[in-house]
Ligand binder design. Sequence first.
Ligand code: FPP
Length: 257
Amino acid sequence: MVFKLVKEWLGRSKPVKAELQDIELDKVPAHVAIIMDGNGRWAKQRGLPRVAGHHSGMKNVKKITMAANQIGVKVLTMYAFSTENWKRPKEEVDFLMKLPQEFFPLEIEELIENNVRIRMTGWREGLPEYTLKAIEGAIERTKDNTGLILNFALNYGGRKEMIAGVQEMIRDVHSGKLQVEELDENRFSSYMLTSDLPDPDLLIRTSGELRLSNFLLWQIAYSELWFTEAYWPEFTESLFLQAIAEYQRRGRRYGGV
Ligand code: FPP
């Protein structure tokens, strides 16, 4: 694993090599979640329409996925579309909804070669048929892969997830499947859409905004947060490795000493 990694990155730019040396491969976060922010501003800065930023952002997804896979991250959750993003102009929403049918045909072979498994966290209801078809096809084709899980948060909102979870819990209490006294943090987690995934160890947000924007609210209770001014389309492997290195320097105490 390490040899493959070093071999593959030997030809890379100096900063990536330097950052790679800072990473302790036995302390890599299992789950990294990313809020890919700043596509619109990146485009505006270049005199381009906002959707050009989303397109460029889409192209960055594979690069960072490969970097995460190579250092041994197990789950990478990317915030691709929130339940609030429907409020954007129709043309922008339509463009975002069409990205999966461009992304997967373009990248799926390489993702498969690298043993990446695709999954989705969010509500299928409300997504156009063609979006679902593209993502479901990728999920199906990669379902036996055992490497990194590339989890797209699509039509996802943390509060909606918690409310849906609480509704399900109440139904289970009414049907006798759950006793009120049995409810603890583990049981609550089992009602979240990510019940089979570890909680994120590290949350990265690009573009300089210091907000959570309704992302994995229950799951990030103890996550380390890392922010960068870089807009998502310009977020590099080097910055990703810097985030990992800083995560490794922090002492996680989970409320203890
Ligand atoms: C936030 O930037 C970004 C999004 C709402 C979309 C992110 C989606 C991608 C990068 C592509 C995902 C790829 C696939 C295959 C689904 P913003 O538009 O809010 O930026 P701004 O704050 O500068 O306006």
